[in-house]
Design a protein around this ligand. Structure first.
Ligand code: TRP
Length: 336
C-alpha cells in the first residue's frame, strides 16, 4: 500500500469483542495504524437502530469494547478512537445522503436483509434501521477514508457508500467526497463454535477476547466437528468442521496444519487431539491480550474517548462545511 491514507472502521458496542472481530478486522487495524491515519469508531448510534429500547446494553458496552481495542494493540497515539454520538456532524451528513439512495436500494441490501432475518423483525423494520447504511456512508466519508478494514459481511455497505459518493460528486459538481475500499483479512469470516455461518455476539456462539482461559477451553471442547467421525479410526471431514476452520485462522504452522488435515481425513486422528492443539494456539494468542486488558484503567478510557471524539469532530466539521458549500448552503453562498 502506498502513501499515507485514511482508515476508518467501527464496531457496534453491544457486548465484548470476539475472535471473529479479531481475525476479521482488529488485526488489520493494528497493522494499518503504523502507516496510516486511523479512526476507530464506537458506533453507538448505529447500535441504537436495533437496540433503541435497550440503550443500557449499548452504554454498558462502550468501556468493554475500548478495553478490547487497547488490549489487542490499538494505540491511541496512532489511532483516533471516538464515539459516534459525540460527532453530530455525522448526522448532518446522513441527512444530505438520505436523498441520494432509494428505499428500494436499501431494502435490497444483503447485509440489512440477513440482519432482519436473524432478528426476526422483517415486518416491523424501523426507518432508522433501514437507513443505517446511509449513516455508515457518512461515517466513512466524513473522514475521507479510503480504507475500511471490515469482515466480508460489510461489503454491501461499502458499495452503498461508494454509490452515494459518486452521486454526490456528480449532482453537486464537486469532487468533495472520496470512494473507499474494504480491507479484507485472509480469514474472511469466522464461523461460530456451533457451526453457524458467523461467530456472533447475539447468537452466543463466539469466543470473546475477554473470556477466561477455562471458558475458552470449554468452548473449544464443545465445538462442532464431523458428526460421522465417531471413532478415532473413522475418516473425518475437514470441510465444515469448526475446529479446522479455527485452526486455519489461528495455527501459524501451516505445514503442521496440512499434516493434521490429511491425518484427520485418513482416519486415526481424534477430535480431542485437534481440539487440544487449537486450545493451545488460542490460549497463546489470548493470554497476553487478557493480561493487557487488566492493566487498562476506566479513567484512561474516558480521556481517550474525549480527546479522540474532539479530534474526530474537527475533521468531520471540515468535511461537512465542504459538503454544505458544494450543495450551495451557507451565508457566503446566499444569492441576492
Ligand atoms: N456496521 C459495523 C458493525 O456492525 C459498524 C460500523 C459503523 C462501521 N460504521 C462503520 C464499520 C463504518 C466500518 C465503517 O460492526
Amino acid at each position: 500500500m502506498q502513501l499515507r491514507q485514511v482508515v476508518l472502521t467501527g464496531d457496534r458496542p453491544t457486548g465484548r469483542l470476539h475472535l471473529g472481530h479479531y481475525v476479521g478486522s482488529l488485526k488489520n487495524r493494528v497493522a494499518l495504524q503504523a502507516q496510516h491515519d486511523c479512526f476507530v469508531m464506537i458506533a453507538d448510534t448505529q447500535a441504537l437502530t436495533d437496540n433503541f429500547d435497550d440503550p443500557k446494553r449499548i452504554t454498558e458496552s462502550v468501556v468493554g469494547v475500548c478495553k478490547d481495542y487497547l488490549a489487542v494493540g490499538i494505540d491511541p497515539m496512532k489511532s483516533t478512537v471516538f464515539i459516534q454520538s459525540m460527532v453530530p456532524e455525522l448526522f448532518e451528513l446522513t441527512s444530505y445522503f438520505l436523498n441520494l439512495v432509494s428505499v428500494a436500494r436499501l431494502e435490497r441490501n444483503p447485509t440489512v436483509k440477513s440482519e432482519l432475518q436473524q432478528k426476526g423483525f422483517a415486518d416491523s423494520i424501523t426507518a432508522g434501521f433501514l437507513c443505517y447504511p446511509v449513516s455508515q456512508a457518512a461515517d466513512i466519508t466524513a473522514f475521507k477514508a479510503t480504507l475500511v478494514p471490515v469482515g466480508d459481511d460489510q461489503l454491501p455497505l461499502i458499495e452503498v457508500t461508494n454509490e452515494i459518493v459518486r452521486r454526490f460528486n456528480r449532482i453537486y459538481c464537486k469532487e468533495v467526497l472520496v470512494e473507499a475500499e474494504a480491507v479484507l483479512s485472509n480469514i474472511r469470516r469466522l464461523v461460530g463454535i456451533d457451526g453457524q455461518t458467523k461467530a456472533c455476539k447475539s447468537l452466543g456462539n463466539a469466543i470473546f477476547l475477554s473470556d477466561p482461559s477455562e471458558v475458552i477451553r470449554q468452548k473449544i471442547n464443545s465445538m462442532y466437528t464431523d458428526p460421522n467421525h465417531v471413532k478415532v479410526s473413522d475418516p473425518g471431514r475437514v470441510e465444515g468442521n469448526v475446529v479446522f476452520a479455527y485452526l486455519d485462522a489461528f495455527l501459524d504452522d501451516k505445514s503442521e496444519l496440512d499434516d493434521l488435515k490429511s491425518r484427520y481425513r485418513r482416519g486415526g486422528l481424534g477430535d480431542t487431539v485437534i481440539k487440544s492443539i487449537l486450545n493451545d494456539a488460542v490460549q497463546a494468542l489470548l493470554a497476553p491480550i487478557r493480561d493487557r486488558m487488566e492493566l487498562v484503567k476506566d479513567d484512561d478510557i474516558k480521556d481517550m474517548l474525549r480527546e479522540g471524539s474532539e479530534r474526530a469532530r474537527t475533521v468531520a466539521t471540515h468535511t461537512v462545511s465542504e459538503v454544505r458549500d458544494a450543495i450551495g448552503f451557507g451565508y457566503d453562498n446566499c444569492k441576492t
